[in-house]
Design a protein around this ligand. Sequence first.
Ligand code: NAD
Length: 433
Amino acid sequence: MTLTRRHFLSATALTAAAISIPAPAVLGATKEKKYRVALVGSGGMGKNNLYSAITTKTVETVALVDVDRKHCESGFEMVKKNTGEEPKLFNDHQEMLEAVKPDIVIVATPEHWHPLITIDACNAGAHVYLEKPISHTVNEGIAMLKIARETGRTVQVGTHRRCSTAGIAAKKYIKEGNIGKIGMVRAFVHYTAWGGKDKPAPDVPTPEGLDWDRWCGPAPLVPFNPKIHPGGFRQFLNYGTGQLGDWGTHWMDMILWIMDDQEQFPSSVASSGGRFLWRDNTDAPDTQSALYRFDNYMVEWEHRCYAGNAPEKEHIGVYFYGTKGTVHIGDGTWCVFKNQNKDAAPETPETPNNEGNIQVLWRNFISCIENKQKPICDIEHGHRATTMALLGMVSLKLGRSIAWNGEKQTIPNDPEAVKLLSREYRNPWKYPQ
Ligand SMILES: NC(=O)c1ccc[n+]([C@@H]2O[C@H](COP(=O)([O-])OP(=O)(O)OC[C@H]3O[C@@H](n4cnc5c(N)ncnc54)[C@H](O)[C@@H]3O)[C@@H](O)[C@H]2O)c1
């Protein structure tokens, strides 16, 4: 269904259009503005991505798609306020692709929808800026990569930490051999916040203006629950991929990027965890560890959604442990911990800030579309990082370790585990091949 302008300009629409993005500098139409962009999933991160794209003055926003009318409307207000443009509004991405034929589609829905929208956009001739994790199951990611290559479309994934000055400086420092040989890498996310997790939230009638059946899409249809939408889907495994998929994909990407001179696939994965404290109606683990065995090093993942990490002072990020020192990369920060010997790593170099990771990522995306090059967070990198996270979830669900053949992208001699590399789709949607 196309949401008409008239529909949009109802009194309720105007009052509901609160925008959380800080007021930017006025950006009028410019000569450089030439890529016709459509946003699919006009929620928190979708608007953030689109706003960043607008600030680079490389786009004209032609359409917004969301199954929640309120989110379409707040996206419209944000675009209008910053550019004066009035994008068309839709709740069905296929109708939008047909009607508008955008040059670029931003995919920022929950991950159970990423595969179909990305594949449809590539097949319609659009380049794609795709949020992480790229897929909900591993075989969807394989299909997405295949279609991106077959159609020759540029697909940039939103793992923007590759563009952070902290990440770039830390990678250079590690690559120069300053921390010696690395045998272990540990990524983690520990939250202190603990509110609302002690009891379930009841299902309620679907809010007006939300097409809940389409929100659930290829995933199971359940009664509407305010813990799922907006934003809460991450901790519901029908739609999200838990903390490991949500946050872990970022850190797995940093690890694969920084360790790039070594092999890119783990040969085995073992994960355990559980819901030890959460008593609400989410179903993702509140506590989880995962171990990935590479030929020359181990990767460890750990999260707990409570208690922070006061003893280590860092509650988020990744440690690279080397023979001469340890590097920590956090959320926009990095530092070196020197070993206590004469062969210790040098001090942390000064690192200036840049204009913002997503702007840098977007400029790289546009330049790669123009020069037909692979972007910095190409879909293949996004797929590999997502696969790391998803294999951890497969092992957790099975309650045992699994092997991984990265060349063939399968779990060898283990039909029970292979089943979890795909999922059933609800009619009428078809699992991508
Ligand atoms: N790269 C990053 O740093 C980063 C940060 C936050 C979120 N994300 C990713 O962005 C994605 C969205 O997360 P969010 O926090 O913005 O969630 P959100 O719930 O705020 O927004 C998702 C939006 O998608 C809409 N939607 C659902 N199905 C749709 C469909 N079929 N067609 C159109 N719209 C549909 C929802 O109504 C909602 O408005 C997730 O994949 C998340 O992992 C990435």
